[in-house]
Design a protein. Structure first.
Length: 259
C-alpha cells in the first residue's frame, strides 16, 4: 500500500468538487458536443468554477486528439475539477484541472439485462454529472461490480446507474421525469425534442406490461432491454419492435453517431 503525505489535495477527491461528461468520438466527431459542454459548464458554475471563453474548443481538440490514439471509435470521459489546493473548504486552486480518459469503444450487440433495485437516498434534481452524485450511486450499488441496475423509489422508475430508461406502451415511448432526480441525458433530450419520447412519471408497474424497453446514453446510444430481474411478466419484451425504428433513424441523422 502506497502512503503519501501531501500539502495539497485534488479538490475533486477532497470534496467531490467536479463534473464530468462521457461520450463517443467516432471518426473525429462527437454527438451533441454543445449539449455536453453546456451541461458540464453549467455544473461547474454551481461550484463557482468558470472556464475561460474559447477554452471549450481547446478542451474539445484535446479530447479529439487523445481519442484518435485509441482508434476510429473511442469512448471518452472528460472530467473537470477544482484542481489542487491547500487546506480549507473555501480555498481555491489557481485554475480548474482537466482530465481526459480514452479507450477503444467495444460494441456489445446483446440486449440489456437489468436488475431492479430501490434507490436508498432522498431524490434531488441532477442538472449535470456531478462527481459527488456518482459517489452516491456507488454507495447505492454496495460495491457491486455489475452496474446494470434499474433504480426505482416509492413505485416510480428513475434510471439505471449509467443510462436513462425508455418504455414503450400504449403506442408511445415514455421516460421518467428529470424532476424526479433523473439526469437529463443527451440522447434522451434529443428524442424528447423530436417528439419521439414523452417525459412523464413512469410507475414501476409499467415494466410488467410495456411492449418494449430500452436504455440510452451517449456511449451506447440506444440498447433494447430484454429482461429486468425482479419483475414478473406474462410475456417477453420485444427486442425488434417497430417502435425502435424512429428512434434509430433520428439518431443516425446526427453527427458523431455510428451508422
Amino acid at each position: 500500500m502506497k502512503i503519501e503525505v501531501v500539502d495539497r489535495l485534488e479538490r475533486g477527491l477532497a470534496y467531490g468538487e467536479g463534473c464530468f461528461e462521457t461520450f463517443r468520438v467516432i471518426n473525429g466527431r462527437v454527438f451533441d458536443w454543445p449539449g455536453h459542454w453546456r451541461r458540464l459548464a453549467g455544473g461547474l458554475v454551481q461550484y463557482g468554477l468558470l472556464i475561460p471563453v474559447g477554452q471549450d474548443e481547446e478542451i474539445l481538440f484535446a479530447c479529439l486528439r487523445e481519442a484518435a490514439k485509441a482508434g476510429a471509435d473511442a469512448l471518452v470521459r472528460l472530467t473537470v475539477s477544482g484542481g489542487e489546493a491547500t487546506w480549507g473548504l473555501t480555498t481555491r486552486a489557481k485554475e480548474p484541472a482537466v482530465y481526459i480518459q480514452c479507450m477503444p469503444y467495444t460494441k456489445n450487440p446483446d440486449p440489456a439485462f437489468l436488475r431492479l433495485e430501490s434507490w436508498p437516498f432522498p431524490l434531488k434534481q441532477k442538472s449535470a454529472k456531478f462527481t459527488a452524485d456518482y459517489a452516491e450511486t456507488l454507495r447505492a450499488l454496495h460495491g457491486a461490480a455489475d452496474p446494470h441496475v434499474l433504480f426505482e423509489q416509492d413505485g416510480e422508475l428513475l434510471a439505471t446507474a449509467t443510462a436513462n430508461i425508455l418504455l414503450y406502451r400504449d403506442g408511445c415511448w415514455s421516460t421518467p421525469l428529470a424532476d424526479a432526480g433523473v439526469l437529463p441525458g443527451r440522447v434522451r433530450d434529443l428524442l424528447i425534442r423530436h417528439s419521439l419520447v414523452t417525459e412523464r412519471a413512469c410507475p414501476l408497474a409499467w415494466l410488467a406490461d410495456c411492449e418494449a424497453a430500452a436504455v440510452c446514453n451517449s456511449g451506447l446510444f440506444i440498447q433494447p432491454v430484454a429482461y429486468v430481474a425482479g419483475v414478473e411478466r406474462q410475456d417477453v419484451m420485444d427486442l425488434h419492435h417497430m417502435a425502435f425504428q424512429p428512434l434509430i433513424e433520428v439518431l443516425q441523422n446526427q453527427e458523431g453517431v455510428s451508422r
